[in-house]
Write a protein that binds this ligand. Sequence first.
Ligand code: HEM
Length: 267
Amino acid sequence: MFTSYKKNLMIVEKFIQDEVDRHREKHNNNHEVVDYIDGYLEERKNREKQNIPEDTFTLDTLKRNAGAFFGAGSETVYSTMEWAILYLVKYPEYQDKIRSEIADVIGFENRPDFADRARMPFTMAFIHEVQRIESIIANNLLRRASEDTKIGNHFIPKDTLVMFNFWSVNHDPNLWPNPDKFDPTRYLTEDGSKAVKPPCLIPFSAGKRNCPGEGLAYVELFLYLVCMVQRYRIKVEPGTELSFEAVFGISRRPANLPLFIFEKVVH
Ligand code: HEM
């Protein structure tokens, strides 16, 4: 187990090293900044020109940051999509509703644009509800109280390690009527024209160290979901039992995925 973990870690390390090398080579000839690694290398160059010592923007930090984005950004979006597909299959009527928003706003020949989300409230509500009910990050990373603190009636002494429990917030009946029910309509305004994300829905955490990938994650989730539903009707063989059991890794993922059938949508 440990050997395969180490082996996988080394594959990722090598992938990142190769990417950094490829970007550095390209960066020497051409200054176009296309992605994070380009931007970082550009900043290093600017600092070098101004004789600022290489203390913060080191190549080692670049590799660690790229690794963090890669690690934190892949599995979370992947798991959310796995849950989303399970719910599309469990509730074909919601899948149809998303497809009908696609028909109205994008059509079946055009590619979706992230801006389309403003006119697709049910689709956004569906994403919010998948994030809430499955709490892909169920417990947040640890925090240490920097001073004696009081939260409500709880006294938290300095240096206590605190872990925020998103699952419990996402299933609190004081915040969410019928919290175990998958119900995207809970986010819709009365006339159904807007999806409103309430402040208690914080799948990306909150505060100074909240997820820096939130914006990108929404772009990915919206585009992946819409592209799939636009092209395919997703289902399982009749009689297949869907399991909503989860396993914990970096994120909460479905423990057992059935064989999904992607049937081409024909017009
Ligand atoms: C659905 C997708 C995602 C979810 C649910 C999610 C959730 C979270 C959460 C809860 C944290 C902890 C924040 C805290 O400590 O308060 C976090 C941290 C982080 N996320 Fe995401 N994330 C997602 C996608 C992404 C993407 C796409 C990226 C980057 C490309 C990313 C990069 C990071 C990084 C680098 C951190 C550590 C930040 C730090 O410690 O300062 N995440 N994420």
